[in-house]
Ligand binder design. Structure first.
Ligand SMILES: C[S@@+](CC[C@H](N)C(=O)[O-])C[C@H]1O[C@@H](n2cnc3c(N)ncnc32)[C@H](O)[C@@H]1O
Length: 173
């Protein structure tokens, strides 16, 4: 199954059981679809294209160190992480409540190579150049200090890290 099919099938399984937030992010519930269409002018096809494009920067056989900030409920990324058994994945979010949902998702998917850190993107608790990939989806619009967020995510990214990172940051802002 390619990345697009993998994402589509994982989100489809959420169906009506998804929370309002997750339904909106994945175009999988009636209220979620209504918000996508009315607020963002986005149908299911566009939503899937957007997510597939954003996640395409993570190679399917990725085996390095990845930081996701903010992970939120993990609804968009756990279906991808479950197929990256050799990666070393760190997820950070300011909200413990959001991250608790993500942790449960990781447990349900039996993802072992993952850790969760509560923190502020503006003061990341990691050394310089610690990660090969820094992934941020729907995050920058929510960060109160965007300059600090860019500075910190850039600081912890290995300078020989994924060259597409800048494109992602701009794309997902
Ligand atoms: C719209 S959600 C996006 C979550 C996830 N990436 C997604 O696409 O579903 C935004 C998240 O940013 C987190 N957040 C806001 N300010 C933050 C900060 N300063 N540091 C870390 N996370 C923050 C919130 O707690 C929330 O979970």
């Amino acid at each position: 199954m390619n990345r697009k099919e993998q994402i589509k099938s994982a989100y489809k399984q959420l169906g009506g059981s998804a929370s309002f937030y997750d339904g909106m992010m994945t175009y999988s519930t009636l209220p979620g679809k209504a918000v996508c269409r009315l607020v963002w002018n986005m149908d299911g096809k566009k939503n899937l294209e957007y997510l597939t494009r954003a996640l395409s920067g993570v190679p399917e056989d990725f085996a390095g160190k990845l930081l996701e900030v903010p992970v939120g409920t993990g609804v968009l990324t756990m279906p991808v992480y479950k197929d990256l058994p050799d990666a070393d994945i760190t997820c950070l979010d300011y909200s413990i409540d959001m991250m608790d949902v993500a942790k449960k998702r990781a447990e349900a998917a039996a993802i072992k190579n993952i850790s969760f850190v509560q923190g502020d993107v503006g003061a990341l608790p990691f050394e310089d150049e610690s990660f090969d990939i820094v992934l941020s989806l729907n995050g920058f619009h929510a960060f109160p200090d965007k300059e600090a967020a860019y500075r910190e995510t850039y600081r912890v990214l290995k300078k020989a890290g994924c060259p597409r990172w800048k494109a992602w940051a701009a794309f997902a802002a």
